[in-house]
Ligand binder design. Sequence first.
Ligand code: PGA
Length: 243
Amino acid sequence: MNIVNAKDFDSMNRKAASIIFTQVTLKPDSVLGLATGSTPLGIYQNLIELYRKGDLDFSSVRTVNLDEYYGLDKSSDQSYVYFMWENLFKFINIKPENVHIPNGANTDADAECRRYNQVIAELGGIDLQLLGIGHNGHIGFNEPSDHFEGGTHCVTLTASTIEANKRFFGDESQVPRKAITMGIKSIMSARRILLVASGVEKAEILCEALTGPITPKVPASILQLHGSVTVVADEEALSRMNA
Ligand code: PGA
């Protein structure tokens, strides 16, 4: 596991974006696994900037997003499909047909999970998976559990995740209770993983995930077993590791 120290959020964004930049430059038709949340926002801004300067071309890139709320209409401004278009895709030259996100509006959740596993398989797997980490150690929406889930599945969100995500909804009661997420096996099958974390509130869980026991109670701890993980985190997020 390669841990890259970044001074602050801006530096974390630049360093993480440069890893994605290198991936796409070396393999223009890369399959990028993408993430939502606050942490990747600055990375996406850096990628947009690189595209605007003519340094990055997304015309052959394929993307698969980690997860989506279940039961939320696609047009909802809280959906992850909306997030991805508003924060990245609409500013770059990615082809809409190359964008893949679980469909949280499919009333048959099991069929949607099967479809999404098939999408990832048909793309030939993920070259580089970007991940944030939840306060409870979740990756994607793989919540703490007594076992590691395999492929794409439907989950019930934990109270901690609902609490963390209510900031996007205004009110906790508006946060969907379920989501569709890639499973741990889907994530661990990615050829490379880029985990990003920022801020002191992630320090404890980041340290636990990277140095503690490998347990489904801290889903991100499984990353210790992956052969090609780069963690880019700022000083605050790494403060427990360096203590
Ligand atoms: P955040 O979310 O980037 O908004 O902190 C990370 C996550 O929950 O995976």
